[in-house]
Design a protein around this ligand. Structure first.
Ligand code: IPE
Ligand code: IPE
Ligand code: MG
Length: 228
């Protein structure tokens, strides 16, 4: 068992809509509550000894299928979140990065994202990565196209790993909230040897305590990576 391997966690934050519905609220209230949870979990990760990166699935390439009003709300919420979080990033020494194709977002939101990346680029306790207009298949396809443009005739696994936006490390743990047990096009390449945890808890109710319990269980799992 190698505890040092716990470097990168990924979370599919799911269940905001159901959380709101259970309370008779509009779905958007669930997204607002979910944004609070990201802060709680991110600061926990920043204070954790071995976690270096935490990647959160915030908006998938498929989420454009949702009603326009919800999509617009999510874009505004993201802008507000980044604006408010800057002080948290600086206080906890957190670097912010985005993955996904943000060209599809408004110019002002793109600027907010790039500016937040720039202002936090020297922070080193944790890298918080938000997956924004992200799709695992799109990311792999983009990586292959990059390699073709570079003139590669034959592609090795390492080439693809390096060409991905998330080239830094593989994912050690994937957590999905809300009881759904699927990947929904998240980090397909990087999840090949991850440990998976599914919890019934809806994302707005997920707390650092539950994450802590999950990480405890992780240290008891035996990751064989195909060996014995
Ligand atoms: C996750 O919660 C947030 C996003 C996908 C943006 P959902 O909005 O998917 O919540 P449910 O699954 O409908 O409850
Ligand atoms: C996955 O959740 C995407 C995000 C959490 C951003 P969805 O709610 O969109 O996934 P499906 O539709 O249940 O697979
Ligand atoms: Mg969902």
């Amino acid at each position: 068992m190698d505890k040092e391997r716990l470097q990168h966690i990924a979370i599919i934050m799911d269940g905001n809509g159901r959380w709101a519905k259970e309370r008779g609220f509009k779905r958007t209230r669930g997204h607002e509550a979910g944004a609070e949870t990201i802060r709680d979990i991110t600061t926990y990760c920043a204070e954790h000894k071995t976690i270096q990166s935490a990647t959160f699935y915030a908006f998938s390439t498929e989420n454009w299928k949702r009603p326009k009003i919800e999509v617009e709300f999510l874009m505004k919420l993201l802008d507000k979140y980044l604006k408010n979080e800057l002080k948290t990033y600086q206080q906890y020494n957190i670097r912010f990065q985005a993955i996904g194709n943000i060209d599809a977002f408004s110019k002002s939101l793109q600027n907010r994202i790039r500016e937040t990346e720039r202002l936090t680029k020297d922070n080193s306790n944790l890298t918080q990565i938000l997956a924004l207009n992200y799709g695992g298949r799109a990311e792999i396809t983009m990586a292959v196209n990059t390699l073709i443009k570079e003139g590669k005739k034959e592609i090795r696994e390492e080439d693809i790993s390096q060409a991905l936006q998330t080239s830094y490390t593989d994912i050690d743990i994937l957590i999905r909230t809300s009881g759904e047990e699927r990947i929904s096009n998240f980090l397909l390449w990087q999840l090949s040897y991850s440990e998976f945890y599914f919890t019934e808890t809806l994302w707005p109710d997920f707390r650092a305590k539950e994450l802590d319990d999950i990480l405890q269980k992780f240290t008891q799992r035996h990751r064989r990576f195909g060996g014995l």
